[in-house]
Design a protein around this ligand. Structure first.
Ligand code: HEM
Length: 132
C-alpha cells in the first residue's frame, strides 16, 4: 500500500528500555541524591529526605519518569511546585542535583540522544523547584 504509515518513532520510554530499566536508573539516582551531603546541607531537604520512605520516593519518581518519557503510567504524586516550594532549593543545589544525575547516566551508559532528552525534561521543571 502506497499510503501505509511509516513505523512510529519509538518513544523515549521505549528507547530507555521501559519500566524495569527506568526503575533501575531511578533506584541509583535517588540513593545518590538522598545521601548527598551537599543536598542534605539544606536543612529542609535533609528533614524531608529523612521523613519520606525511600521506597515510596523511588516509586513516585519512577512513575513520573515513565509518564514523562511517554510510557503508559500515570503520575499519582503531588505537583513539582507543591512538593518543592517549601524546600528553599537554590540554583547551586540544582547544579549539585544535575551533577548527581549525570553520574547516574554515566553509570548506566545512557546514550547522548536519550541523555539530552532527559536533561530537557528535567530542565522543564526547574522553575517549579528552584527558588526564584
Ligand atoms: C527534575 C527534578 C525533580 C523531580 C522530577 C523530582 C521529583 C519528585 C517527586 C516525584 C517527589 C514526590 C512528590 C510527592 O510526595 O507526591 C519529590 C519530592 C521531593 N523532592 Fe524532588 N524532584 C526533583 C528535584 C529535586 C531537587 C533538586 C531536590 C533537592 C535536593 C529535591 C528534593 C525533594 C524532597 C526532599 C522531596 C520530599 C518532599 C516532601 O515530601 O516533603 N527534588 N520530588
Amino acid at each position: 500500500m502506497s499510503n501505509s504509515p511509516e513505523a512510529a518513532e519509538p518513544s523515549l520510554y521505549e528507547r530507555l528500555g521501559g519500566v524495569y530499566s527506568i526503575a533501575d536508573v531511578v533506584d541509583d539516582f535517588i540513593d545518590r541524591i538522598m545521601d548527598d551531603p551537599q543536598l542534605n546541607a539544606n536543612p529542609k531537604v535533609d528533614e524531608a529526605h529523612h521523613r519520606v520512605s525511600r521506597a515510596g520516593f523511588k516509586y513516585l519518581v519512577t512513575e513520573m519518569v515513565c509518564w514523562a518519557t511517554g510510557g503508559p503510567q500515570q503520575y499519582t504524586g503531588r505537583s513539582m511546585k507543591d512538593s518543592h516550594q517549601d524546600l528553599d532549593i537554590t540554583a547551586a543545589e540544582w547544579q549539585v542535583f544535575l551533577n548527581d544525575f549525570q553520574q547516574t547516566l554515566d553509570k548506566f551508559d545512557v546514550p547522548d540522544a536519550e541523555r539530552q532528552e532527559l536533561f530537557a525534561i528535567v530542565d522543564s521543571t526547574k522553575a517549579d523547584i528552584v527558588i526564584g
